[in-house]
Design a protein around this ligand. Sequence first.
Ligand SMILES: Nc1ncnc2c1ncn2[C@@H]1O[C@H](COP(=O)(O)OP(=O)(O)O)[C@@H](O)[C@H]1O
Ligand SMILES: O=c1ccn([C@@H]2O[C@H](COP(=O)(O)OP(=O)(O)O)[C@@H](O)[C@H]2O)c(=O)[nH]1
Ligand SMILES: [Mg+2]
Length: 231
Amino acid sequence: MWRRPALFSYWIPSYLCTASSNYIDLHVHHLHRQVKEGDTSKQVRPFITFVLGGPGSGKGTQCAKIAETFGFAHLSAGELLRKEISSGCENGEMILDIIKEGNIVPSEITINLIRKEIELSENRKILVDGFPRTNENRIAFESIIGVEPDLVIFFDCPEEEMVKRLLSRNQGRIDDNIETIKKRLEVFDKLNLPVINYYSSKGKLQKIKAVGTMEDIFEKVYPVFASLRFE
Ligand SMILES: Nc1ncnc2c1ncn2[C@@H]1O[C@H](COP(=O)(O)OP(=O)(O)O)[C@@H](O)[C@H]1O
Ligand SMILES: O=c1ccn([C@@H]2O[C@H](COP(=O)(O)OP(=O)(O)O)[C@@H](O)[C@H]2O)c(=O)[nH]1
Ligand SMILES: [Mg+2]
């Protein structure tokens, strides 16, 4: 079970300082190693990376590559919500209506789904794909889960390219139609960019220009993760 931060033991990543000047200095925010004798890995605080970017910017695609290459668990907030819809649970219909409109699901619902997945995972290196969507999401995560992310990646992609990708995604998604896409782009600008700016001001943001092939983009992602070292 997850506990309040005061009860956490911290798993401390140490960063190699070999990153070129292109990479911001990554700050380790939890520097107090408090792992006690006999602690199990489950009690050790996970290393959390939030992966942000507009709809169609390539978050899911790049997360799959990061997970495969660097051994992270990949939790997609959108996927977790879509699973809730298909499981026919009590919130399913409400979540469906919100996603159909390109709006944001109440924080508590999304955070509970993310928390369950983190608790279930043996992996302590976690990618949270597509969350937080709003500053309210972010603050609720910090207060319910009791931790901040260690790293935030932002895939910066021109709108025109995102629209093109979404319209050819072909996954049968209810929100990949031009009307909902327009709304999602507006919601991204209005609500998600402030979250990205917040993490930038905290020195946690790695902005990656998300144009070119998937491989081109992963070439820019690779050194960010290759420079992390976990004890
Ligand atoms: N660099 C890229 N160039 C062209 N298409 C891409 C690229 N990256 C991802 N895609 C495709 O674009 C669509 C959206 O990518 P996805 O990873 O699902 O984005 P997001 O999770 O940010 O919405 C998918 O069909 C994916 O295969
Ligand atoms: O934390 C989240 C993540 C997703 N969503 C909803 O789920 C949709 C799809 O999200 P996803 O991340 O799967 O879309 P993507 O950006 O990858 O295309 C969003 O438009 C929102 O309506 C949400 O409300 N909160
Ligand atoms: Mg996605």
